[in-house]
Design a protein around this ligand. Structure first.
Ligand code: OSB
Ligand code: MG
Length: 372
């Protein structure tokens, strides 16, 4: 059977706000709510969905919600609505000339992958090359008082989470690690610094080698490769890059220079699946394991992340933990809940989740339509 290209008939761009169950503090600040652009692409009566992962302010990477929505509204959606694409690679080719804006490009490509997989009546994981009906997951615990953190570590280990990631920052690092490690000698522990140290902190970072961490995530600048390579050559704990990995070319340079021995792939940060798959394959070639990060996504982004995590080189637990840890109610009808540290892959075509339209309407701040 020859398949006709999918013509994108229309698009809908919403801005959505979900309150967080608990505020989430990392080195760069505290989030009390999750605000995100939600994109729907329509073709032949089918809908594809994705959410963008940039924050209101450029405090994780350099993109913002306002900037991303302007680019979608003024340039990218007018460029693709009314056009036909045979597959996601064809859409990727149209988006490739745009520089930077990796999160903005990602949301468009991700929504199209969902649409395309649904048009083929296949789960997203299958068209991506993944397999399996559940993935290993860990949790990312925000910065808070040490006694509270110890309680939260215990509670999540008891729930079966396979790895605990502790957010750290200067002044909230070695004491925390000492106390957590003393109480949980066998736990898979990692830290995430969200770029808050420099090479001037070499001594402090080297002391982290005493705590048997699986890796230390993004200790140095958000756009750095070189200094991470210097640091990695002088510490034993593997470095895991997150913020720095925006393109396959950057990933290649990081791998070639030994800037990290683990990579966190966030499809929403890396321009979409075409480039995330390239990063995944490059890492496999260098024998570097990857895992799937998170950005406190709603069920739409969470479902995307789960499907991606079923690819073969995702050999470490991801951050895609239970939706109920983040939100009292999600915008999807399915409950994305881990059991014993395993998150089931949502079943059915595409991302396998459907919108809870009533709740979505209640949490939508704005909505715009784009037609050919
Ligand atoms: O660095 O991985 C990060 C959340 C927001 C911004 C950056 C990060 C995170 C997380 C949370 O660590 C992961 C999650 O639970 O979704
Ligand atoms: Mg991180």
């Amino acid at each position: 059977m020859t398949r006709l290209p999918l013509r994108i008939d229309s698009a809908e761009l919403r801005l959505v706000r979900l309150p967080l169950v608990t505020p989430f503090t990392i080195a760069t600040g505290t989030m009390h709510e999750k605000i995100f652009p939600l994109l729907t692409l329509r073709a032949d009566g089918i809908e594809g969905y994705a959410e963008a992962v940039m924050d209101p302010l450029p405090d994780y990477l350099d993109e913002t919600i306002a900037g991303g929505m302007a680019l979608l509204r003024e340039v990218i959606l007018p460029q693709i609505v009314g056009q036909a694409f045979a597959n996601p690679q064809a859409l990727h080719r149209v988006l490739t000339p745009w520089r930077g804006h990796r999160m903005t490009l990602a949301v468009v490509e991700m929504a199209f992958w969902d649409l395309w997989a649904k048009s083929l009546d296949l789960p997203l994981q299958t068209v991506l090359g993944g397999a399996g009906d559940a993935i290993d997951v860990g949790v990312s615990l925000g910065i808070g008082p040490i006694p509270t953190t110890l309680d939260r570590v215990r509670a999540h280990l008891e729930q079966g989470y396979k790895r605990i990631k502790l957010k750290v920052k200067p002044g909230h690092d070695l004491d925390l690690l000492r106390m957590v490690r003393d109480e949980f000698p066998m736990a898979h522990l990692t830290v995430d610094a969200n770029s808050c140290y420099t090479l001037a902190d070499m001594g402090l970072l080297q002391r982290m080698d005493h705590f048997g961490l699986d890796y230390i995530e993004q200790p140095l600048a958000w756009d750095d490769i070189h200094d991470h390579a210097v640091l990695q050559s002088r510490m034993q704990t593997p470095i895991c890059l997150d913020e720095s990995i925006k393109t396959p070319a950057i990933a290649r340079k990081a791998l070639q220079s030994g800037a990290g021995r683990v990579i966190n792939i966030k499809v929403g940060r890396s321009g979409g699946y075409v480039d995330s798959l390239r990063i995944h394959d490059l890492c496999a070639a260098f024998d570097v394991p990857v895992w799937c990060g998170g950005m406190l996504e709603s069920g739409i982004g969470r479902a995307h992340n789960i499907h991606l995590s079923t690819l073969p080189n995702f050999t470490k637990p991801g951050d895609t933990s239970s939706a109920s840890r983040y939100f009292t109610r999600d915008i999807v009808e399915q409950k994305l809940e881990a059991k014993a540290g395993r998150m089931p892959v949502p079943q059915g075509p595409g991302i396998g989740v459907t919108l809870d339209r009533d709740y979505l309407a209640a949490v939508t701040l704005s909505s715009e339509d784009f037609r050919a």
